[in-house]
Structures are given as C-alpha cells and as structure tokens.
Design a protein around this ligand. Structure first.
Ligand SMILES: Cc1ncc(COP(=O)(O)O)c(C=O)c1O
Length: 384
C-alpha cells in the first residue's frame, strides 16, 4: 500500500469491547496474568512494552519499510542506544556535520565507555575509506545534514561498510520516509527524532530506530538479528521509553504526515528559490536547488527535498540576528518540522565545536501559505 494509506492504518487494530476506531490511551503500567503466570494480553509491564508503544512501533516500521521499530524517549536516546550496542574498543565513523548532539554523545558519554570514533566529511568517500580501521563496526550518516544540508551518497557508504563488515545507520529525520527510504538502499538501521516531522506539531519528544532485518519469530520470520536483540534489551532494561500519551499523540500526527511533509517541501522550495535571488543573502543551502553541490545525489536517492534550509546572511552574525528580529511570522525558536515556521542562529546554540558559520540561520518552513512567508522574509530583508 502507498505511504498515505499506511500512515492512516499501520499499527492500528480495533481494541477492547468497545472496538474503538481511535485507539485508547493505555496508562496501566501493569497487566493481569493468568493463573499459570502467562500473559493472556501479551503485556507484562510498561517499561518493556505497552499497547500504544507497540502500535506506534509497528506504524514506524511500516513507514520506513523496515522489519521492526523501537520507540525511545527522544531521538538522542535512540542514537545513544545504537552506540551502546557496541563494545568498548569498537570504532565508529560518524559524519562531522551530523546533528551537533550526536558527536557530543561520542565525545562525552561514549568516550567514557571506551568507544572510539572518527568524524569525517561523508561527502568525501576516500576520507571515509581512509578512516576505516580493523575495529570499525558502525558508520553513522545523516542526510541531508543538520544544519548544513550536506547530502551523503547512502549507496556508496553502504558499499564501503560491506567491505569492512560495519553496519550503517542513517539519521533520516530531515528527509523523512516520505522522501527517502535508507533501508531500501542497504542501510541497517534508521534513526528518527520523531519530535520533528513524524509527530509534526512541536508537542511530543520522542525517538525511534527502524531496522532492516528481522521480523522476529513471533511474526513468522527468523529470530531477531543480533543488532535488534541487543538494542531491544537496551530499550527494555535501560528504560528510555516514551510515555503512552506521547506514543498516542505521535500515532495521531502520523496520519497526516505525508500530506504535511509534501506541503513543507513545496513551501521550502519556493522560499529557497526566493531567497537565492536576494542580494543580502550570501548563500542558500537547500538540496532542491540545482546549484546545491549535493543536488544530483539528492535527486537520485530522494523523491523530494524536504522543508529545511539554511541561509548565510551578508554582513555576519549581527546582520543575521537583525534579520530574525525583523520577522513577524517566523518564530525565533529551536527545533523543526512543525506546522509553524521557525528560524534560529545555530552557531550560538551549538557551542565551541560548532561547524556552522557565524552568519548562518536555519529555517524550518512551516505550513503557512508560502506567499506570506516570502512577504515576511522580504519585509525583514528590506530592513537590513
Ligand atoms: C537531525 C536530528 N537528529 C537528532 C536530533 C535529536 O533528537 P531529539 O531532540 O528528539 O533528542 C535532532 C534534534 O534537533 C535532529 O535535528
């Protein structure tokens, strides 16, 4: 079935005596056992499992065309679980321009664990090849990247990883499964900050991992893959799980996700085209523009370019902040992927290790009419 249909139906089943069409919220943290100690409903306790979380995980697996999904309390908790599935002494190659929190996890939490890492330019395939060591177990990609919108050739990275026996993870938060299906390109695990487009309304903090393999015995497939097995255990024993209400809200938001993301992307394309004609804008980073260095790869592995862009404002940081101050429709706030348009100066958020130029602003294009967004930007640019 097409993604619009799966977004509405996947993971849902009529529940309980009332046979609700809209799923109920299951707040119970504990579930009745039969006299022999078995679990007639299939649920034991809220940390390992919950009906709302299970529905959401099935829906997310379906949207990413994966075999299984696990939901976490945030995108960063999902990322951390992938790193924690590795052993001390293992080596990770990660994109140097990944979401800034990802290298922080490697530098701080996981360095104490003894996990080694090398940050590389994922666009430079020979640099990736040179970074491989006998201990390399994981290549972490993010495409398009946050906030520079660099595009990584996923097929090429998968080919390199196969040669050294590493797995490949892809942060698919910005592309979303509407536009990019990394598992079908050979990636082993997709990570999402579901906080963004998938939930879509800036009112949920949630993360997810979707795995290419394996269905698990209960679904008629083979046993869980070692990776899925390990990360399921980290989720169950570590307990970085989302609440039933947040799972329910996400499942609600997912129903409109393909339509929302298509509109985000159409709006962004128009805004990017407008901004690239403006004399006070030094650069527009949007992979949908033919001038973008990753446009060709993006066009080959994505079916749309998404709702995110970044721009560089002539005159530096002060002018960039002046542009923000002049805007009326864009909210000056962090995060992305929601109905309302957001703008943010990334270097001041990302701290000393930032790779964002001082004059760079990140724009999350919302679902307002694009003419209104362009008018707003035009009037703010006039004030510079
Ligand atoms: C691309 C990307 N990955 C990961 C994250 C982290 O997700 P969360 O904030 O849900 O922990 C973010 C958050 O901004 C993101 O944009």
């Amino acid at each position: 079935m097409k993604i619009e249909t799966r977004a509405v139906h996947a993971g849902r089943k009529p529940e309980g005596g009332s046979r609700d069409v809209v799923p109920a919220i299951h707040l119970s943290t504990t579930f009745h056992k039969a006299d022999d100690g078995s679990l007639p409903g299939g649920y034991l306790y809220g940390r390992p499992n919950n009906p709302n979380r299970e529905s959401l995980e099935r829906a997310l697996a379906s949207l990413e065309e994966g075999a299984a999904a696990l939901a976490f309390s945030s995108g960063s908790a999902a990322t951390l679980a992938v790193f924690q599935s590795l052993a001390p002494g293992d080596h990770v190659i990660a994109a140097e321009d990944a979401y800034y929190g990802t290298p922080i996890l490697l530098r701080t939490v996981m360095a104490n664990w003894g996990l080694k890492h090398t940050l590389v330019n994922m666009q430079d395939l020979s640099a990736v090849a040179r970074a491989i060591t006998p201990a390399t177990r994981l290549i972490w990609t993010e495409t398009p990247s946050n906030p520079l919108l660099n595009v990584t050739d996923l097929r090429a990275i998968v080919a390199l990883a196969k040669k050294c026996g590493a797995i490949v993870a892809c942060d698919n938060t910005w592309a979303t499964p509407l536009f990019q299906l990394p598992l079908n390109l050979g990636v082993d695990v997709v990570m999402h900050s579901v906080t963004k487009y998938l939930s879509g309304h800036s009112d949920v903090t949630l993360g997810a991992l979707v795995f290419r393999e394996n269905l698990g015995k209960e679904n008629g497939g083979e046993d869980k893959s070692p990776l899925l097995e390990k990360i399921t255990s980290i989720q169950h024993e570590g307990g970085a799980v989302p609440s039933p209400f947040e799972c329910w809200l996400t499942l609600r938001g997912l129903q409109t996700f393909p339509y929302r993301v298509r509109a985000h992307s159409e709006n962004a394309h128009r805004v990017a085209a407008f901004l690239s004609t403006q004399p006070k804008i030094e650069a527009v980073h949007y992979p949908g523009l033919r001038s973008h260095p990753g446009h060709k790869i993006a066009a080959a592995q994505m079916s749309g370019f998404g709702g995110m862009m970044s721009i560089q404002v002539k005159g530096g940081q002060a002018e960039a902040f002046k542009l923000i101050a002049g805007l009326k429709l864009f909210s000056h706030a962090t995060s992305l992927g929601s109905t309302h348009s957001l703008i943010e100066h990334r270097a001041s958020v990302e701290g000393a290790a930032t790779r964002s130029p001082a004059n760079l602003l990140r724009l999350s294009i919302g679902l307002e009419h694009p003419d209104d967004l362009i008018d707003d930007l035009a009037q703010a640019l006039k004030k510079l």
